[in-house]
Ligand binder design. Structure first.
Ligand SMILES: [Zn+2]
Length: 325
């Protein structure tokens, strides 16, 4: 008797349209261990691992209580002025590579904005953070001297506004990307793109609002690499069903090219804790479980290993700086 197999044509790659030989996987929700599971498939052509169907109730898999809290801290005005001045030195370094104080701060803080496009922007550049949450990063940037900042996030409860000591206002609105029609010089998506449905529409919308010389930053998990090979379905970054698309380098290149965009620069920026969290999942634990913690030695080993994987281009996070072709 013939075994029941689901025809592979049911699973058509949303990135490249390939329907042949796509391999399916049943993947459980592991962050909270809700007991739900989801079918993902990996495209045999472009390599993108993707959810077969976006759950209609996906919002229930987000813990909204812990998201998006922004408590302004009470600090004396003088301290705030000094702090913001130091931030400005740091960002000046990222903008021009010249500022000595900024260079020292960068060393001390271990290159906190390593993803920043060097020598491409200035303090007046129009900057958009897509999926910015409560806008913590934009707040940092406003305090550091950037004047034209805007953030959107459709999952916000309300619009937010932040004002720096120097009177610069940052608006953060509850909005979808498709509602934006102004142009920007720098658009950033920090671990957001993998949560968005209709990736071709997203890329097209992003391109539409890029100014002629704009830079687009997309930071995503990537399936090409050590973690998928070692941990497979227990790889922490699959994060079913919240991550809809886990791109390969080939699939992200393909989708960008289709819309007239190219990767100008890329680096791998995986973090050591992915080892620890994937180990937890491998033991059948939830992300928040206390039943497994890694030793200091293990942490050191993971830190060393992730550094190596990042340099080899074999870790699980990609940081892409993109421009128009
Ligand atoms: Zn594909």
């Amino acid at each position: 008797m013939k075994a029941h197999t689901i025809p592979s044509t049911l699973y058509i790659c949303e990135i490249c349209n390939n329907a042949e030989n796509n391999k399916t996987y049943t993947i459980e929700e592991k962050m909270y261990r809700t007991g739900d599971s989801f079918i993902y498939f990996k495209c045999a052509k472009c390599g993108c691992l993707q959810i077969s169907e976006i759950p209609s109730d996906v919002a229930k898999f987000y813990d909204s209580s812990s998201y998006y809290s922004l408590q302004p801290k009470n600090k004396s005005r003088n301290l705030v002025i000094i702090r913001d001045w130091l931030k400005k030195q740091l960002f000046s370094y990222y903008l021009e590579n010249k500022n000595i104080i900024g260079f020292v701060l960068k060393k001390i803080y271990n290159d906190p904005y390593y993803w920043f496009p060097k020598k491409k922007l200035n303090f007046n550049s129009r900057i958009l953070d897509v999926g910015c949450g409560s806008g913590g990063l934009l707040r940092q940037m406003a305090e550091g001297g950037f004047k034209n900042l805007y953030g959107i996030d459709p999952f916000l409860k309300n619009n937010l506004q932040y004002k720096t000591a120097k009177g610069v206002i940052v608006n953060i609105d509850k909005k979808h990307l498709s509602e934006i029609d102004q142009k920007y010089d720098f658009i950033m998506l920090h671990h957001v793109f993998e949560h968005m449905s209709n990736p071709h529409d997203v890329i097209e919308n992003l391109k539409k609002i890029m100014s002629e010389d704009a830079k687009l930053l997309i930071r995503i998990p990537t399936v090409d690499g050590y973690f998928w090979r070692k941990y497979k379905l227990n790889w922490f970054q699959i994060d079913a069903p919240r991550h809809f698309f886990l791109h390969s380098l080939e699939s992200i290149r393909y989708i960008l090219q289709t819309h007239g965009l190219k990767i100008e620069n890329l680096l791998y920026d995986g973090i050591w804790s992915t080892f620890y969290l994937s180990e937890k999942y491998q033991r059948g634990l939830s992300m928040l479980s206390d039943d497994y913690s890694c030793t200091k030695e293990e942490k050191k080993t993971y830190q060393k290993k992730i550094k190596h994987l990042n340099l080899q281009g074999d870790s699980d996070q990609l940081c892409l700086l993109i421009s128009k072709i």
